[in-house]
Design a protein. Structure first.
Length: 190
């Protein structure tokens, strides 16, 4: 499958510095890599012709004539340059089968064949189904700080009461469900 995680950063097709270049990126962390710049000779010639035509002819007529020359083969040349850049970047990126994103080597877990984020999720789901690490609250992670819990009433990281189904407002003392984000009596935010 061809890489789709790129941006086209090619220069104008009718300029002295005309050429093709593409920037590939990791869809998880945003790390980028650029393909080598591939000059587009027709566009560069057009750029020079435009500069010379400016001195001798009507700029509007000359621009249209030379612009058509540059555009004539640009799409095919751009497609070839893109395929060449994709082939070079294919060694730097992998596609995660779980989240369907292209990720760089820093975000890739080669032992699981998926990105690190999906590998971590799969490992925590395996822990949930095996029963190991299930807390009294029914999950494998603390709902307050998201750190893994290996049983017990309180979270080892933040001290959250895992067995509690309600909480009390620190401002007025009213009892509320654990999921409440604001106190219904005084409006205190949690």
């Amino acid at each position: 499958m061809a890489l789709t995680n790129y941006r086209d950063i090619s220069t104008s097709m009718s300029d002295v510095s005309a050429g093709f270049q593409f920037e590939f990126f990791c869809e998880k962390c945003g790390e980028t890599s650029r393909s080598a710049f591939k000059p587009y000779r027709k566009g560069q010639i057009t750029g020079w012709l435009n500069r010379f035509a400016f001195m001798f002819y009507d700029l509007n007529k000359a621009g249209r004539a030379t612009g058509a020359f540059a555009e004539a083969g640009s799409s095919g040349a751009k497609g070839d340059a893109l395929e060449e850049a994709r082939a070079a970047a294919a060694a730097l990126y992998e596609r995660c089968d779980s989240c369907r994103k292209w990720v760089g080597r820093e975000c890739w877990n080669s032992s699981t064949g998926s990105c690190r984020e999906c590998a971590t999720k799969a490992a925590s789901n395996t822990a949930d189904t095996s029963g190991y690490g299930a807390s009294a609250g029914g999950g494998a992670t603390c709902p307050n700080c998201q750190s893994p819990s290996h049983g017990g009433r309180f979270c080892a990281e933040c001290g959250f009461d895992m067995a509690s189904t309600h909480k009390s407002c620190p401002a007025c003392g009213v009892t509320l469900p654990r999921q409440a984000r604001f106190c219904t009596d005084c409006g205190h935010g949690f």
